[in-house]
Design a protein around this ligand. Structure first.
Ligand SMILES: C[S@@+](CC[C@H](N)C(=O)[O-])C[C@H]1O[C@@H](n2cnc3c(N)ncnc32)[C@H](O)[C@@H]1O
Length: 283
């Protein structure tokens, strides 16, 4: 299985600047590419990941860096449990890792036949199969439309409810049109893992917790994630109150640079193609 190649890491490092002696929260540990780079730059790292399969890489970093590295095998929404003094900067590298998509048993990929699971955190209930079984046809159609941009969402929802596919290949056989397969897998995965809800919740905690001078940087992989991050950061950096009235509140955050992968990175790692980095800094 191919190790996950960190995406936009140089851009993230550049935007974070000198992190020697700072504590960076890596919200999405994955294979630890970001965490390792931050540690090598002289920072301390607190890393989250809700996938229990990543703990071996985390142990390796723990052995190497000791107290400088702490791993929390939970959702990054648990950042709300940290105190303001615990960290300086926060980084999210959202979406799914190469290890998850390339693991033939987890149901994330239509290339392998596997139970229709798709849970990042296998300690939680609710596989993709359970989702199809338990949602109403209308709820399922909404998910396909919203998270997969599937035009015939009602037709597919009806079909899935009727046939209740239990494996990835059974699902592919039902969908038939190859163009609809990837978006339907994506929609189910986003719903199973409540990906949009988790980002919103974690960003809201970061807003309150980040201390002055701290940066929050997000790398997103599709337009839905990017829209949430973009709109959230816009709100944080906007002047609040009625600009015509004398009492207006200066924004607590300023916008940092955005970045897209360069041709050079895309050549080495085609999975970086839809990546988008955005950041803010608390003033
Ligand atoms: C794109 S990978 C991160 C790769 C990492 N930056 C690296 O360099 O190896 C995304 C990781 O985030 C994790 N993840 C996604 N949503 C999460 C959440 N809500 N809480 C914690 N981890 C999450 C996934 O399990 C996956 O391992």
């Amino acid at each position: 299985m191919m190790k996950h190649i960190p995406v936009l890491l140089d851009a993230v490092k550049k935007e974070l600047g000198d992190i020697r002696g700072r504590t960076v929260v890596d919200c999405t540990f994955g294979a630890g590419g970001y965490s390792r780079a931050f540690l090598e730059s002289g920072a301390k790292v607190i890393a989250f990941d809700r996938d229990t399969n990543v703990s071996k890489d985390a142990e390796e970093l723990k052995n190497q860096y000791g107290e400088k590295f702490r791993f929390i095998n939970e959702s990054f929404t648990e950042i709300k449990q940290l105190y303001q003094d615990d960290f300086d900067d926060v980084v999210f590298d959202l979406g799914i890792s190469s290890m998850q998509i390339d693991n033939g048993n987890r149901g994330f990929s239509f290339r392998f036949d596997a139970p229709l699971d798709m849970r990042m955190d296998t300690r939680m209930d609710g596989t993709a199969y359970d989702l199809i079984k338990n949602l109403t046809e209308a709820e399922l159609a909404d998910i396909l439309y919203e998270y997969g941009d599937i035009k015939k969402s009602h037709m597919f929802a009806r079909l899935l409810k009727k046939e209740l596919p239990q494996t990835t290949f059974q699902l592919c056989d039902l969908i038939k049109n190859p163009n609809d397969i990837a978006p339907i897998f994506q929609a189910l995965r986003i719903a199973v893992n409540d990906e949009m809800g988790q980002i919103k919740s974690a960003l809201s905690s970061v807003h309150d917790l980040l201390r002055s001078g701290g940066k929050c940087i997000c790398v997103t992989f599709h337009s839905l994630e990017d829209r949430i991050v973009k709109n959230t950061f816009r709100k944080w950096t906007e002047i609040s109150g009625n600009p015509r009235l004398p009492i207006i509140e200066a924004p607590k955050y300023k916008m940092l640079k955005t970045a897209l992968p360069l041709a050079e990175e895309l050549e080495k790692n085609p999975r970086a193609r839809s990546a988008h980095m955005r950041g803010v800094q608390k003033v």
